[in-house]
Design a protein around this ligand. Structure first.
Ligand code: GAL
Length: 998
């Protein structure tokens, strides 16, 4: 195939034009039709250059469509969160502009000939091209796209009129005027990343379709309106049919009584197969009857208050990035449903249309968001102003009005037939002004049936639902109580000013004159920032939702880590983040902050969310379990319950009370003196992606005294410590060197044993966070504490070792007393850690614990405690008490950026074993301690920047924690709540160590 000459004159700067886009057809619904379609996906020719005018394009190479060229060997992805990767020079972009010129041959199928002769049109449809493209057929300009995540169509009937092969050219530029309004927190990557098709549009066909399927909860009756439109926006004669309802009526916009229907909700997503036909075309769709209402401060679906147990979802894949494998849509929705999520916000653009179909089918409430973010304008108050100092952010810049309003109506037009969409959002973090007000109006005009939300309208003056991102628990409670403190009002006014919006006299209202926001439903558009280990205190957020009806839950930030598969300089396979692709400007690993790891493995945060999002509240006490039905519509007949009183080795059926939504009850538990009791609720039958027998929620109660009593040593008789001639000590099976450090246990060697005040910082503690503890911990040398022996003395049957943990360059530290006792089988150590009195009050300790390493490298761990996933003081929802076995590898969480992980809470007993016959260790901690077992040291975990770069040193590292600092969510949210802050304090704990064989 011959390659194109240069089809555009360099003077045609189409990529900087406002209004953006040329010749595009008005947006319309994405319909499944029996009219012919031809997919143009596959291998195209591709030439890469750095000039939008195409004058330096390189040699042709094959490329896959859909796909991003940076992930197919051309250029490199770049990650920035807020800041623009190009100079802010609206509407211009730099001369150096990564450009991909795509070409392929197109032949109109012979079967289309007669329809064409009858006047059928041919449309060329692009479902996603980042960030702008000019399209030619046979060197004649067809048009220009605008809106990377928006479907764009061109009428190419005339261009393809001649028989035979045609050449389609698509020149895609990375930077364009669109870049200024698409500054989402994700990879900058470009290309034709969603499908391309040719559509044959029959004369008299259904060009567009608007349906509205309403459900009246008072009567149980459904009402349908369906309007079928032709290309000119005129109604076309069409018939809508729903066979299951024996419904057949004109699709002319008039109200059709559908009779008694089963309503659609996320809990019971009943859909009705429907067709709409003209003489020449039939489209099929699935309709859900439901009513969405804002009723004062309550958001209702089908008459009931809804709680959004949601998550923000970007489209990400570790190999193809924003390009979406079709199976990712089903996979994500399936995982969400299995983990009790009921809602998703399509942050920050409309998703692949298949995702919405799956949400309809499987049942998720969707906030569908437009492709709009201009966050880079508010990073620095000197930016984005014109010569007079007037804000030039797009929200207040009239040059963008037409383009942005068109964007807003385009995505609503594509998606308005989806039952799952219960609200529209115009976009994210773009401040407010006349332009965003017009965008909200454009959404309302395009679909008057759904509420509109836009977080940046902090006072909810133009939107139906009030929302904020990352308020603290206390601030959220004030919103729930509908009474803000002056301090919080001032903070909110400051936030408005940061957006360049004058708060005016009224500011954020007063007690006498409350803002409209406080009379509307509230939700967290983003909260519980799930970066790395965390987010903490999801429980306390959901407690507020259960207490204050105006609080409707929210959307965890975010679904998936956007790490991309790559290799580091040493050749390790890693998940790359900002900076791993040679970017000069980047935001590091802030792109990895999801509930699932890049390969979609659930992170412990998803399991924690599953628990706190459970539709049935479950608390287990000594004698009874308390259940609360938190479904909006369902009773508990779809679930059954089981109870175990012996650390989950056997289960017995437990009668579940018949609870209507909102009701709660206590269920008696089996009588007896049990040390632990666990209750779990399971599904009776498979329900979409949720299988039968799937655990919805589980919880345990442990009786600490009974557990401790059961673990008391058999008492083979105390043995006194013995000192050898070289100054070392033997205390039962434990060997301590002359400095009082444990160096052996039976035949096992032990290394690096002693009190431990440190843990590798988590993402929420790093430099870019609001409370960068890592720097403070490292400045005082906590990561390299040194020990000095103060004294060793025998005290009856005990050996008392006193030491001091000191920190380089300062006088901070702690005194440590270890009291060793033993019988013939086991040694016990009682540890008291006393931080210096002048430890700064505002500086939490990472940990108070005890660590040792075993060079024999046992790799199997049997433990009795809370699991199966990790717990920190403010996480670990869904962990239950049981005896479990895991490999050391299974006890690690491969967070993209290495950090503290893997702590199992309340462990009373653990056995670490190697291969057959190898020596092992039995640990007993009758009062329960945190246990982490790793194939590497904390120093290794602290030193590496990628999970794939972590290397074992051949040892097995064991850390017992008496206290840990909470993980919070300060990477983009609050620090740990006061009750989870580990302030420097004296801590006492004890445990036994016994060598074992086999
Ligand atoms: C929010 C933003 C999200 C994401 C998050 C931090 O401010 O809306 O897009 O950047 O912060 O991960």
């Amino acid at each position: 195939m011959s390659m194109p000459t240069t089809p555009s004159a360099p003077t045609d700067r189409w990529w900087e034009e406002l209004p953006a886009g040329r010749n595009r057809l008005v947006g319309r619904a994405h319909l499944h039709s029996d009219a012919p379609e031809l997919s143009l996906d596959g291998t195209w020719d591709f030439r890469y250059g750095t000039r939008a005018d195409g004058t330096d394009l390189g040699a042709p190479a094959p490329i896959e469509v859909p796909g991003l060229w940076q992930l197919q060997g051309h250029g490199a992805p770049q990650y920035t969160n807020v800041v623009y990767p190009i100079p802010m020079d609206v509407p211009h972009v730099p001369d150096e502009n990564p450009t991909g010129h795509y070409s392929r041959a197109v032949t109109v199928p012979a079967e289309w000939t007669s329809a064409r002769e009858d006047g059928a049109r041919i449309l060329l449809r692009f479902q996603g091209v980042d960030s702008a493209a000019k399209v030619w057929i046979d060197d004649a300009e067809i048009g220009v796209t605008s809106g990377s995540r928006l479907t764009q169509e061109f009428d190419v009937t005339e261009a393809l009129a001649a028989e035979g092969e045609h050449r389609l050219d698509v020149r895609v530029v990375q930077w364009s005027v669109n870049t200024y309004v698409e500054d989402q927190d994700m990879w900058w990557a470009s290309g034709i990343f969603r499908s391309v098709d040719l559509l044959l549009r029959p004369v008299g066909g259904i060009h567009d379709l608007i349906t509205h399927a309403d459900f009246d909860p008072a009567t149980g009756q459904g009402t349908l309106t369906a309007s079928a439109y032709g290309t000119g926006g005129e109604l076309v004669p069409a018939t809508v049919r729903i066979p299951a309802l024996c419904l057949e009526a004109a699709a002319d916009g008039s109200e059709i009584a559908a009779g008694e229907v089963a309503p659609w909700s996320a809990e019971s997503p009943t859909l009705y197969e429907a067709t709409v036909s003209t003489d020449t075309e039939t489209v099929t769709l699935k309709l859900g009857f439901r009513r969405v209402e804002v009723d004062g401060e309550i958001f209702r679906v089908n008459g009931e208050r809804i709680v959004f147990r949601g998550v923000n979802r970007h489209e990400a894949d570790p190999v193809v990035g924003r390009t979406q494998h079709l199976e990712n849509q089903d996979l994500d929705v399936g995982l969400m449903k299995q983990h009790n999520l009921n809602a998703v916000r399509t942050s920050h653009y409309p998703p692949h249309q298949r995702f919405l179909e799956v949400c309809d089918e499987v049942g998720l409430y969707v906030i569908c968001e437009g492709d709009f973010e201009t966050h880079g304008f508010h990073v620095d108050s000197t930016w984005g102003e014109d010569a007079t100092g007037a804000p030039q952010r797009p929200a207040a810049d009239d040059r963008f009005r037409e383009t942005l309003c068109e964007r807003s109506s385009r995505f609503v037009r594509r998606d308005r037939n989806h039952a799952s969409i219960v609200m529209w959002s115009i976009g994210n973090e773009s401040s407010t002004g006349p332009v965003t007000e017009a965008m909200i109006q454009a959404v309302r005009d395009t679909d008057p049936t759904r509420p509109v939300i836009y977080e940046q309208d902090y006072r909810a003056q133009t939107v139906d639902v009030f929302s904020l991102m990352y308020p603290t628990h206390d601030e959220s409670e004030q919103i729930g109580k509908r009474a803000l403190t002056d301090e919080y009002r001032e903070k909110l006014v400051g936030m408005l000013e940061h957006l360049g919006v004058d708060a005016g006299e009224e500011g954020f209202g007063s007690d006498e004159q409350p803002m409209p926001a406080l009379s509307k439903p509230f939700l967290w558009i983003e909260f519980a920032h799930a970066m790395g280990n965390g987010a903490g205190s999801l429980k306390e957020y959901m407690d507020l939702v259960h207490r204050y009806p105006a609080l409707h839950g929210g959307f965890i930030w975010e679904w998936i880590d956007h790490g991309l598969v790559t290799t580091d300089a040493e050749g390790n396979e890693i998940y790359g983040y900002g900076g791993d692709f040679g970017e000069r400007l980047h935001d590091g690993n802030f792109v990895a902050d999801g509930l699932v790891l890049p390969d979609r493995t659930p992170s412990p945060a998803l399991l924690d969310a599953k628990h706190h999002y459970s539709p049935v509240g479950l608390e287990v006490g000594e004698r009874a379990a308390t259940l609360v039905n938190r479904y909006a519509f369902r009773d508990l007949s779809g679930l059954r319950a089981e109870v175990s009183v012996d650390a989950q080795s056997t289960w017995q059926e437990l009668d579940l009370p018949d609870l209507a939504p909102g009701q709660s009850a206590e269920v008696a538990l089996p009588e007896g003196e049990h040390a632990s009791v666990t209750v779990r609720l399971l599904t009776r039958e498979a329900d979409g992606p949720v299988p039968a027998g799937h655990e919805i929620v589980a919880a345990s109660h442990v009786d600490a005294e009974r557990l401790a009593a059961a673990l008391a040593p058999a008492g083979s008789g105390a043995v006194a410590p013995v000192q050898a001639a070289d100054g070392t000590w033997q205390v039962g099976p434990a060997r301590l060197d002359d400095l009082g450090r444990l160096v052996g246990l039976g035949e096992l060697e032990v290394e690096h044993a002693g009190a431990d005040l440190y843990r590798a910082p988590v993402d929420n503690e790093r430099a870019r966070t609001r409370y960068p503890l890592e720097a403070r911990w490292k400045r005082i040398g906590l990561d390299g504490a040194r020990r000095r022996l103060l004294g060793i003395e025998a005290d009856g049957d005990a050996l008392v070792v006193r030491s001091r943990v000191g920190l380089d360059g300062n006088a901070l530290g702690a005194d440590v007393t270890e009291r060793w006792t033993a019988d013939a089988d086991a040694a016990e150590v009682a540890v008291i850690v006393t931080p210096v009195e002048f430890w700064p009050e505002d500086l939490p300790l990472p940990r108070i614990g005890w660590t040792f390493a075993l060079p024999a490298a046992p790799d199997q761990v049997e433990y009795e405690g809370f699991g199966p996933h990790e717990s920190y003081p403010d996480t670990g929802g869904g962990t239950t008490f049981a005896l479990r076995t895991a490999s050391v590898e299974e006890l690690q969480v491969p967070y993209v950026f290495p950090q503290e992980n893997g702590n199992r809470a309340g462990v009373v007993r653990a056995v670490l074993r190697g291969g057959t016959g190898a020596e092992g260790v039995e640990l007993t901690a009758p009062e329960g301690l945190g246990l982490a077992v790793r194939p590497w040291s904390t120093a290794e975990l602290d030193a590496r920047a990628h999970d794939g770069a972590l290397r074992t040193d051949g040892r097995t590292w064991v850390t017992l924690s008496a206290a840990l600092h909470g993980v919070g969510s300060a990477a983009c949210g609050p620090e740990p709540l006061p009750e989870y802050v580990l302030t420097a304090r004296e801590e006492s704990f004890r445990f036994r160590l016994a060598p074992t064989r086999g």
